[in-house]
Design a protein around this ligand. Structure first.
Ligand SMILES: [Zn+2]
Length: 282
């Protein structure tokens, strides 16, 4: 799933590529993709694309005083193509045809239709419930006071940091990286963090998310590939040595994702019980 750095580089590349482009027509082959009906998609015809930016993990495409707010969910991608999609392309959810022949396409891998978009008056974007309920942006990182106020909750850090209402932009990949960089246990509670812990967490958000964006800026050309070369160090790497201390990275498996951590530096030398393993052993 694209998280803050991946959506940021996508928005930057699209913003650059779409400067000066004008919409010819727009349509939504995804039957449940558009979550708004007024204004209709046809209102985009003949409008220029004025900017592409990001709010949390959501790309926003601006067309003057109208804005398309997109939620990619787990498998959506917003990409620019030189040619129009075949109408048989089952992954197409939303097609914005440009008058120079190119097409901005919201595609979704897999059979489930979960990605969505809303066409809103630009001034209404901040009040949309998905935007208004977001916590502070994870990058650039919030102030120490803002971050402390956001995370001081009696919940485990791993789900807490992935909760967009707490802090916006972090998902299942970068949460592992940020907690490892900050040397914090995924099972520590927000209320247990000391001031020094919050400071390390803030530093880790800046270093890892900002570092990923800088990495993408360097290695990605004009077009963002389907699979980004994510500069990960512990996520999806259980069984490999910790890049800092050499301890074997351990994992806890959940239904939809895997949590990776360094037992030595993040858990006081303990290996957490892996629910998948304990289920197998029953
Ligand atoms: Zn380590």
């Amino acid at each position: 799933m694209p998280e803050l750095p991946e959506v940021e580089i996508t928005a930057r590349r699209l913003d650059r590529a779409l400067a000066g482009a004008r919409v010819e027509s727009a349509l939504a082959p995804g039957m449940v993709t558009m979550k708004t009906y007024q204004p209709p998609l046809s209102a985009l015809a003949e409008r220029p694309v004025t900017a592409v930016r990001r709010i949390g993990k959501m790309p926003v495409v601006e067309f003057g005083d109208l804005a398309l707010l997109v939620h990619l969910m787990s498998a959506g991608r917003l990409q620019l193509y030189d040619k129009r999609a075949s109408l048989r392309d089952k992954a197409s959810r939303l097609l914005i045809r440009l008058d120079d022949g190119r097409e901005l396409r919201l595609r979704e891998f897999g059979t489930r239709q979960r990605a969505w978009a809303k066409l809103l008056a630009s001034e209404e974007v901040p009040q949309d419930e998905t935007v208004a309920t977001l916590g502070p942006e994870a990058w650039p990182p919030p102030s120490l006071e803002q971050l402390a106020a956001a995370v001081r909750q009696p919940r485990h850090l791993h789900p807490l940091l992935r909760d967009q209402r707490v802090i916006a932009g972090i998902g299942r990949s970068w949460v592992d990286e940020i907690l490892w960089t900050a040397r914090l246990s995924p099972f520590a509670k927000g209320t247990d963090l000391t001031e020094a812990d919050v400071a390390r967490l803030r530093e880790a958000c800046d270093e890892r998310l900002g570092g990923a964006i800088a990495h993408y800026e360097e290695v990605i050309g004009d077009t963002v590939p389907d699979k980004l070369p994510m500069p990960l160090q512990v996520h999806r790497r259980p069984g490999t040595p910790c890049p800092r201390c050499g301890t074997t990275i351990e994992a806890v498996h959940y239904k939809d994702y895997v949590m990776c951590y360094c037992p030595e530096e993040q858990a006081g030398g303990r290996v957490y019980k892996d629910r998948r393993l304990s289920r197998l052993l029953k």
